[in-house]
Structure formats: structure tokens, C-alpha cells
Design a protein around this ligand. Structure first.
Ligand SMILES: NC(=O)c1ccc[n+]([C@@H]2O[C@H](COP(=O)([O-])OP(=O)(O)OC[C@H]3O[C@@H](n4cnc5c(N)ncnc54)[C@H](OP(=O)(O)O)[C@@H]3O)[C@@H](O)[C@H]2O)c1
Length: 253
């Protein structure tokens, strides 16, 4: 029987306060991992998500659009737990930025998106790699997006570009540091029912999302979370460098 136990592992989940990150946090705690739960503005929600589990968790606040705060987040987690076995870089933003927006605003949306979705992920990955090198190895699971592969709408150019960057970053880590026992994986979700998807559906309608997939139901955070536990467990280490599509059959529809 295959059983996934993450007992003894310390895992940092960014954006654990809502949506996909909240689902991942619950799943990891259930599997016995000690979880460093990052949030930005929703401390109460993050606190509630961690309630009722035997496994230890601690909350960490950081605005990931700021590089220094991102660096401090990683340092605080290692200081609190003593070490880290796995980074789950999940926090992200999807800013709708119409191509006829004033140039200055469009550029500011671009920078903000890149800073949160790609630069923060890059900083955390770099710090995780350095930490793993000193501690015999570790794993990284980055949450990219289907948008990295098939593109997005005109309003979400920066979003798609940032997620493409995450894919290339993850593959490079897998390639460069595999011999040092460091594994890195991408998960590329399609629509997942969260606040982020709601913003998109408010703009385009739920039917737009459903017409895009093979299944009858939109993906929920709980449909993604077990895959993260599986990747963190070490049972899939030889899939390092891969991207796992979890998009309700978007590519075969
Ligand atoms: N939902 C989808 O359809 C979908 C599809 C493909 C990929 N994804 C990706 O999956 C990941 C999670 O998305 P989601 O749908 O769960 O999003 P969500 O419901 O909007 O939640 C976003 C999370 O990111 C955190 N966050 C947002 N801005 C931040 C900032 N400036 N600094 C630090 N943290 C910040 C939020 O923290 P607070 O709540 O504490 O502020 C929250 O925990 C993202 O990387 C997203 O791109 C989502």
C-alpha cells in the first residue's frame, strides 16, 4: 500500500491564506508536515486554515512584491523551524491590464505582476537552493499556469509571461542542481475556483471557463493539493523538471 506521510518535513507554502495555497496547506498538514504558512493581507484566514491539525504550523506575513520582505520571509521561516525540506511557491496575482491602458499604468501592472509572480518565486527558489545545498537536498514545487503554455487573453499578457518564466526557472533548477539532490517541479493549473478565477469569470462569465475544459466542473483547490503532497513526498523524484498539467482536460477538449 502506498501511503503519503510528510512527517518530519518542514514545508513553506506561500499564499497559504486563500484559494489553492489554502488547499495545499490543509493537505500538507493532514499528511503530517510542519508547515510555514505565508500570507500577505489575510492573517485571520490563514490562522483559520491551520486550526484543528495535529501537525505544527506557524504563520508568516510578507508582501512578495517587495524583494527585501521576500528575503526576510525565507530567513524567518528557517530561523523558526531550524530547517526547510520543501518550498511550495504558490502566491500570485492576476492583474487585468487592458492593452489600451495608459502606458505608465500598463508598465506598473507589468512590474507588479512580475515582482510577485516571478521575482519573488526566483528569490525564494535561490534561497531554498542555497539552504538545500547545505542540508543534503530538498524539493521545490512551483505553481505556474496553463497560461504559460497556451497563452492568455490580451488583458493578461504579463500574467502569462510571468508564468512562462516560472516554468523556465523551475526546469533550470532541476537541471542545474539535480546532482546535489535538489528536485524541482511545476504544476500548471487551468481554471481553479478561487478569488483569482472569480475576477476572471466576473469579466468573461463562468460559461467561458466551462467551455474551455473537458470536464463538467471547474477544478477546486482540493483537486490540486494531493499532487503537491505526492511531489513533496519524494515518491516522484525522477519526474524532476516536469510540469504537471491539472486543467480538467483543457488540452484535449
Ligand atoms: N485560480 C486559477 O484559476 C489559477 C490558474 C492557474 C494558476 N493559478 C496560480 O495559482 C496560484 C494561487 O492562485 P489562487 O487562485 O489561489 O489565488 P488567490 O485566491 O487570489 O490567492 C492568492 C494568494 O496569494 C497571496 N498574495 C497575493 N498577492 C500577494 C503579494 N503581493 N504578496 C504576498 N502574497 C500575495 C494572497 O495572500 P493574502 O490573501 O494573504 O493577501 C493569497 O494567499 C497563483 O500563483 C496563480 O497564478 C491560479
Amino acid at each position: 500500500m502506498m501511503e503519503i506521510s510528510l512527517k518530519g518535513q518542514v514545508i513553506l507554502v506561500t499564499g497559504g491564506s486563500r484559494g489553492i495555497g489554502a488547499g495545499i496547506t490543509r493537505q500538507l498538514l493532514e499528511a503530517g508536515a510542519q508547515v510555514a504558512v505565508h500570507y500577505n493581507s489575510n492573517e485571520a484566514k490563514a490562522r483559520k486554515i491551520c486550526q484543528g491539525y495535529k501537525a505544527e504550523s506557524h504563520l508568516f506575513q510578507a508582501d512578495l512584491s517587495d524583494a527585501l520582505s521576500t528575503i526576510n520571509l525565507f530567513k524567518q521561516v528557517v530561523e523558526r523551524f531550524g530547517s526547510l525540506n520543501c518550498l511550495v511557491s504558490n502566491a500570485g496575482v492576476a492583474v487585468s491590464s487592458a492593452d489600451d491602458k495608459a502606458e505608465e499604468q500598463w508598465i506598473s501592472d507589468w512590474d507588479f505582476t512580475m515582482n510577485v509572480n516571478l521575482r519573488a518565486c526566483g528569490i525564494l527558489c535561490k534561497m531554498a537552493v542555497e539552504h538545500f545545498q547545505a542540508h543534503g537536498g530538498g524539493r521545490i514545487v512551483n505553481i505556474s499556469s496553463r497560461a504559460a503554455f497556451r497563452g492568455d487573453t490580451a488583458d493578461y499578457l504579463a500574467y502569462a509571461a510571468s508564468k512562462g518564466g516560472v516554468v523556465a526557472l523551475t526546469r533550470s533548477i532541476a537541471r542545474a542542481y539535480g546532482k546535489q539532490n535538489i528536485k524541482a517541479f511545476n504544476i500548471a493549473p487551468g481554471f481553479v475556483r478561487t478569488d483569482m478565477a472569480q475576477d476572471f469569470m466576473d469579466q468573461y462569465g463562468e460559461d467561458y471557463a466551462l467551455n474551455d475544459i473537458a470536464l463538467n466542473q471547474l477544478t477546486e483547490p482540493e483537486d490540486l493539493a494531493p499532487t503537491v503532497a505526492f511531489l513533496a513526498s519524494g515518491l516522484a523524484d525522477h519526474a524532476t523538471g516536469c510540469t504537471i498539467d491539472i486543467n480538467a482536460g483543457s488540452y484535449v477538449h
